[in-house]
Design a protein around this ligand. Structure first.
Ligand code: TPP
Ligand code: MG
Length: 736
C-alpha cells in the first residue's frame, strides 16, 4: 500500500482507538496562551494541508496535478503562522502549506483551499503565479512565491528585514511593510548548509552585531534529512546554538502548543528588540521527499515507521482530546469532512483553464507599470548645498565618465528619496574607482550602505529592499564577481514577477564595473569581458554606455524604468572608459563633456541607439570600448582612405532594439560588428543572427570579437581583444 494511505489509515485507527503518541512535556492551552478555538483552528489548518497533499498525489497519479512536494510532517508550522501577523512578510519553505492556510484565517475573505488547488493544478486562475508554477505564495498574505532553489530566498529575507528600519525613515511611496513588522524565513535542515544560507546567517549576525535593526526570524524545519542525506545528529544545535548576533530558540514542531508558545517568545524578542533569531523546529518528513522518491532505497522500514508514528496530526489530536477541546469523534469528523471537501473542490479546480500559449506564459516576464507621484527635484539652493561649490563649478567643465556618473547619482538621490545604494567600499571611500565619492557624506550611511564582502548578500539586500518600496542601486565591484551571486539575479530577482504573475516585483539597477582594456591592470578578474550570463535572462535590461554623457542619460532612464516600470536593470560600466578623456589624440578631450543637468540634453530612452556619421560605405555596430575604438578607426578610414562609415552604439544590449538596428544599417551594403566580449556567447552572435535572418538586402557581414580566452595582466592585456588597427584592416579588406 502507498505510504500516504498507510498514514491515513493509521490516523483514523489511532484516533478511534485512543492510541495517540506521547507528548514530550505537559504543554497546556493556558501555558501556550491559546484559546480552545485557536487550537481547533490550527488543527483545521494542519488537516487541510494534509488533505491537500493526499488529493494532490491522487491528482498527479491521474495526470491532473503537478504538485509533487508535500508538506506532510511539517504541519506544525501552522502554529508559527498563528504566532505572527499576516503583515509579517514570510519567505517560506516549500513544505509550509499549513502556515499559509493558517495565515489565511487571519485575513478576512480568504479561500485557501480553492487558491491552493488552482496552484497545484496549475490553472491560469491560480492567484499567486497565474498557473506558471506549483508554488506557495499570496500577495494579500505577504508570502512572496519562492523558486525551487533551496536557500536562495535567505539573502532577500535579510534584505527585507533590513528594509524595515530604512523605510521607516525614508517613507518610500511604495512601502509595503509596517514599521513594526518582522520578516520570517523558513527552510529545511539540509538547506542550512548551503553557502547562500550561510552567507545570509552571517550577514544577519554581522548586521545585528553592529546594532543595526534586523527583525528577522530564521526558521529551520528540521526533519533530519535532505532528500536521502541525513543531517548529522545534533548538527543544527551545534551550528546555531551560539552563533554571534543570532538568538537560538528551539521547539518541538510536532507539538503545536509548545511550538506556539516558543514562537510567541521569538515574536516578542524579534519584534521588540529588532534583532534576528533562529528558531529550530523539530519535525518529521512523511511520504518521502517528493512524488517519485522511494524512501525505502535509503531508509529502513523501522525508520520510516518511527516517523509515521510521530505524525503531527496525531500529536495535535492528542492535545485536543487531552485538553478536552474535542472528542475523538469530533477530531475524526474534521479530518474526514475536510478530506471530502478537498476532493470535491479538486474536481472543480481541475476544470479551470490552464496556460496554453507562449504569450500567456510570458505575460508576466516584464512587470506591470506602477503609478508614481511626480517628483520635484530639490530647490536650487538645496542642490547647490548638497553638491558643494567645487562640484557645482566642476559640472560646467568637461569631465570623464566616472565624474559624470557621480554627479548623476547625486542628482538622482536628491530627486528620489527612496534610492538606496549598497556595495563593498561604496561608503566613505567612494568605491574602488571613486564613482560614489562624497555620496556617503551627502546622503549618510542609511542610503549609502557599505556592505560586507559577499555579493550574494548585496544582491539579496537589494531584492529585499525592493520588496518594501525602496529603489536599490546595488554595486558589484567587478563583473567577474557577479558570478559569485548570479543566482540572486538569475533565479530570484529576474523570476519574481514571472512567478507571481506580476504581483511581486523587485525593481533595481545593478551597477557593475566591467569589461576589458585596463592597460596592464588586473588581468582577467578585473577585466572580465563576457556578458553571456546576463544576455539570456528573460526580462532583464542590460545597459552599457560608452561615454559619460550617455551614461548620465541612461542612468536617468534606468531609474525611470525601475521606478515606473519596475524593471530589473544591469548597468555595465566599462572601467577602461571611466577616466578616458581623449578619443583620437592625447589631450583632445573628445571623450569628456560638461555635466548634462537634469532635464537638459537629449534623453536616451530604453532602446535608443546612438549613431555617429551618416556614411553608407559601411556600418560599424558596436558598444562600450568597442565603440570608442570604432570611432578611432572611423577617423582613419575617412581621412586616410576616403571611406565614410556610420558608427552605431547599441547602448542597450538587452532587449536589443532590432528595428532600430536594421533601420540604421539599411543604407549600407557592408556591416562590421565590433564586439569586445568573448566571441562565444557574445552580443555579436545575436547581431549576426539578426542581420542574417532579417536584413532584406543581405549585407556583407563580418565581425571582430574577443578571443575565447581570459585576459592577461601586463603588456598582453589587449592581445585577445579587438583593436583599432584590426577594425581599419577589416573594413579595408571588406571594401576591397
Ligand atoms: C541549490 C539547490 N540544490 C539542489 C536542490 C535539489 N533539492 C531540492 S530539495 C533538496 C533537499 C532539501 O532538504 P532540506 O533542506 O532538509 O528540506 P526538506 O526537503 O527535508 O524539507 C535538494 C537537494 C535545490 N532545490 N536547490
Ligand atoms: Mg530536511
Amino acid at each position: 500500500m502507498d505510504r500516504a494511505e498507510i498514514i491515513h489509515e493509521n490516523f483514523l485507527r489511532r484516533v478511534r482507538e485512543g492510541d495517540l503518541p506521547p507528548g514530550q512535556g505537559s504543554a497546556t492551552l493556558a501555558g501556550a496562551g491559546l484559546s480552545e478555538t485557536d487550537l481547533v483552528g490550527i488543527f483545521r489548518s494542519q488537516v487541510l494541508s494534509r488533505q491537500l497533499d493526499r488529493v494532490s498525489r491522487k491528482l498527479q497519479a491521474r495526470g491532473e496535478g503537478y504538485y509533487t512536494i508535500g508538506s506532510s510532517g511539517h504541519e506544525g508550522n501552522a502554529a508559527l503562522a498563528a504566532a505572527f501577523r499576516p503583515t509579517d512578510m514570510a519567505f517560506l519553505h516549500y513544505r509550509d502549506a499549513a502556515f499559509q492556510i493558517q495565515r489565511s484565517s487571519q485575513v478576512p475573505g480568504q479561500t485557501p483551499l480553492w487558491d491552493m488547488l488552482l496552484s497545484f493544478t496549475v490553472s491560469s486562475d491560480d492567484p499567486v503565479s497565474g498557473g506558471r508554477h506549483k508554488v506557495l505564495g499570496s500577495k494579500v498574505l505577504a508570502i512572496p512565491p519562492q523558486t525551487s532553489t533551496i536557500a536562495s530566498h535567505l539573502p532577500k529575507a535579510v534584505g527585507a528585514a533590513y528594509s524595515i528600519g530604512i523605510a521607516k525613515r525614508l517613507r518610500p511611496e511604495h512601502k509595503t511593510l509596517p514599521d513594526d513588522a518582522v520578516v520570517l524565513c523558513s527552510f529545511g535542515d539540509a538547506s542550512v548548509n548551503h553557502s547562500t544560507a550561510q552567507g545570509a546567517f552571517n550577514t544577519a549576525g554581522w548586521t545585528a552585531h553592529q546594532g543595526v535593526p534586523l527583525p528577522l526570524v530564521f526558521i529551520c524545519e528540521d526533519n533530519g534529512i535532505g532528500i536521502s542525506t541525513r543531517t548529522p545528529g545534533g548538527w543544527i544545535e551545534a551550528s546555531f546554538g551560539a552563533r554571534p548576533g543570532l538568538a537560538y530558540f528551539r521547539c518541538d514542531g510536532l507539538d503545536v502548543l509548545a511550538t506556539y508558545r516558543v514562537a510567541r517568545e521569538v515574536a516578542a524578542y524579534v519584534r521588540g528588540r529588532r534583532k534576528p533569531a533562529f528558531l529550530h523546529l523539530g519535525c518529521v518528513r512523511l511520504y518521502g521527499h517528493a512524488g517519485a522518491d522511494v524512501q525505502t532505497a535509503y531508509m529502513s522500514r523501522a525508520e520510516i515507521e518511527a516517523d509515521e508514528a510521530n505524525d503531527p496530526l496525531l500529536h495535535t489530536a492528542r492535545s485536543l482530546i487531552e485538553q478536552s477541546v474535542l472528542t475523538a469523534d469530533q477530531v475524526l469528523e474534521i479530518y474526514s469532512e475536510t478530506g471530502e471537501r478537498t476532493a470535491r473542490v479538486a474536481e472543480a479546480a481541475i476544470k479551470r483553464p490552464k496556460l496554453r500559449t507562449a504569450g500567456e506564459v510570458m505575460a508576466s516576464l516584464i512587470p506591470p507599470g506602477r503609478d508614481c507621484a511626480p517628483t520635484n527635484g530639490p530647490s536650487a539652493e538645496a542642490r547647490a548645498a548638497a553638491f558643494g561649490a567645487s562640484d557645482m563649478r566642476a559640472m560646467k567643465q568637461p569631465q570623464h565618465m566616472a565624474k559624470l556618473i557621480n554627479f548623476a547619482l547625486t542628482d538622482l538621490m536628491l530627486e528620489h528619496r527612496e534610492i538606496v545604494m549598497a556595495g563593498q567600499d561604496i561608503g566613505p571611500k567612494g568605491g574602488v574607482y571613486g564613482l560614489t565619492q562624497r555620496l556617503h557624506d551627502r546622503f549618510g550611511p542609511a542610503r549609502m550602505i557599505n556592505t560586507l564582502l559577499d555579493e550574494q548578500s548585496i544582491l539579496g539586500l537589494a531584492i529585499g529592499l525592493a520588496h518594501n518600496g525602496i529603489l536599490p542601486i546595488p554595486e558589484i565591484q567587478f563583473l567577474a564577481y557577479l558570478h559569485n551571486a548570479e543566482d540572486q539575479l538569475r533565479g530570484e530577482a529576474a523570476t519574481l514577477p514571472f512567478f507571481s504573475d506580476g504581483q511581486y516585483t523587485n525593481p533595481m539597477i545593478i551597477r557593475i564595473a566591467g569589461l576589458g582594456y585596463q592597460r596592464g591592470f588586473g588581468g582577467h578578474f578585473h577585466n572580465d569581458n563576457s556578458l553571456a550570463v546576463l544576455r539570456d535572462i528573460p526580462g532583464v535590461v542590460i545597459a552599457c554606455p560608452s561615454n559619460g554623457r550617455d551614461a548620465v542619460h541612461m542612468l536617468r532612464e534606468c531609474v525611470r524604468l525601475a521606478r515606473e516600470e519596475q524593471r530589473v536593470i544591469v548597468f555595465i560600466e566599462p572601467i577602461a572608459l571611466y577616466m578616458t578623456r581623449d578619443l583620437h589624440a592625447p589631450k583632445d578631450g573628445l571623450w569628456t563633456c560638461p555635466y548634462p543637468e537634469p532635464g537638459a540634453g537629449d534623453p536616451i530612452p530604453l532602446g535608443r541607439i546612438g549613431q555617429h556619421g551618416e556614411g553608407t560605405d559601411i556600418a560599424i555596430l558596436s558598444y562600450g570600448n568597442g565603440y570608442h575604438l570604432s570611432r578611432q578607426a572611423g577617423k582613419i578610414l575617412s581621412e586616410d582612405h576616403g571611406l565614410k562609415a556610420r558608427i552605431i552604439d547599441l547602448r542597450w544590449l538587452a532587449p536589443l532594439n532590432e528595428a532600430a538596428i536594421l533601420d540604421a544599417v539599411e543604407p549600407c551594403a557592408q556591416v562590421l560588428i565590433v564586439d569586445e566580449c568573448r566571441i562565444t556567447g557574445s552580443q555579436s552572435e545575436a547581431l549576426m543572427a539578426l542581420l542574417t535572418e532579417r536584413a532584406g538586402h543581405a549585407p556583407s557581414l563580418r565581425r571582430i570579437a574577443a578571443a575565447d580566452s581570459f585576459i592577461a595582466t601586463g603588456p598582453a592585456y589587449g592581445a585577445t581583444l579587438p583593436n583599432r588597427d584590426q577594425i581599419v584592416e577589416t573594413v579595408l579588406d571588406m571594401l576591397g
